[in-house]
Structures are given as structure tokens and as C-alpha cells.
Design a binder for this molecule. Sequence first.
Ligand SMILES: [Zn+2]
Length: 93
Amino acid sequence: MGQKRCSNCGTWNENEAEKCLECGELLDRKKARIIRLKKEGKLPLKIEQSPLFEIRPEFPWWRKLILYIVRPIYWTFFTIASFILYLIAWIAA
Ligand SMILES: [Zn+2]
């Protein structure tokens, strides 16, 4: 088993350790970066999008086709639903 070095204080930690024993810094750099970006509010919106409708290049062609058809329907429905909600809120006010 290897060891990971803390990027913050330089302490060597077990490879399975998520956080530095010495200072508590996250050892998973990808995770640490996402958390830092979230804190700063710089996280790109793409990651926040529903993974259900994400089109990935590794998907088989039929799945991409379904997503291409379903996505506009979903967004249309979502837009109408939010408009109705807005109307209800407006009438109730
Ligand atoms: Zn550390």
C-alpha cells in the first residue's frame, strides 16, 4: 500500500485516508478542488445539472438518440411547470 502526501503540510498519510491526519486537509485532490470551488461559488453549472439527461460520448447511439428526443420535452415541460407555479404564486399574492 502506498502513501499520500498532504499538499498542505507535507505529512505522509495512508493511501486510504481521506483527510490528512495532521491538518485535516482533504487528500483527494479532485474532491478538495470541487469543495474549494463550491465554497468560492465557482463550480461550473455543468456538474450541477441532472446526470439523468447528461449526454456522454461513451453512450451507445440509441441512448444518445433517446436523450436527444427526451431532453427538449423535459425542458419544455419544466418551463411550463415553472410558469404555472409562477402564475399560482402571482394569483395568490
Ligand atoms: Zn496536512
